[in-house]
Design a binder for this molecule. Sequence first.
Ligand code: G3P
Length: 215
Amino acid sequence: MKIFIDTANVEHIREMNSYGIVDGVTTNPTLIAQEGRDFAEVVMEICEIVDGPVSAEVVSESAKDMIPEAEELSKIHRNVIIKIPMTGEGLKAAQICKQHNIKTNVTLVFSPTQALLAAKAGATYVSPFVGRLDDVNHYGMDIVENILTIYDNYDFDTQVIVASIRSPLHVLEAAMMGAHVATIPYKVLKQLLKHPLTDIGIDRFLEDYKKIPGK
Ligand code: G3P
């Protein structure tokens, strides 16, 4: 499973990238706004850190306006993936982007049938938001399982990015289901990395090392 980091914080991206575990990055307008920096400047800096897909989201609501916006974002760096909302206009834009060889990530997906339509429109990636579904009392990972089955049934090339991840268990389930990608917030990546028994084990080994004669 590919691991993307779901943030626009370049320090966090740099740290996780230094561990050799980051295959790409996803951003959205909320995450970029949190950084208080120029949009294009942040996306460019992220692309210089991680050599992989970096999602940047359009904010236009009509396909007519999304296309020039997508073209502008694509000029920032060759690795930019255009994040497009799952609407009728978004699907039109995804289809046109595919014709122009611009890769897309259809986002804000909350049902397997939305994901089916996104794949038919030619999305490169689709992002089901599992945490936000959990928030409204709907088991979010269920839709990931259904999307994977649908894509497998019909050999769609569209890759599933499990998004809106809130806990290490979401990541575990995504990997067990064979999701193509999990986009993971920094805090959850930290949680995945740490285990109290690892820390206890290191402390004990270091203490015991001191007992070795001559050390
Ligand atoms: O990539 C989409 C993701 O950032 C949404 O996460 O936590 O705002 O639901 P969240």
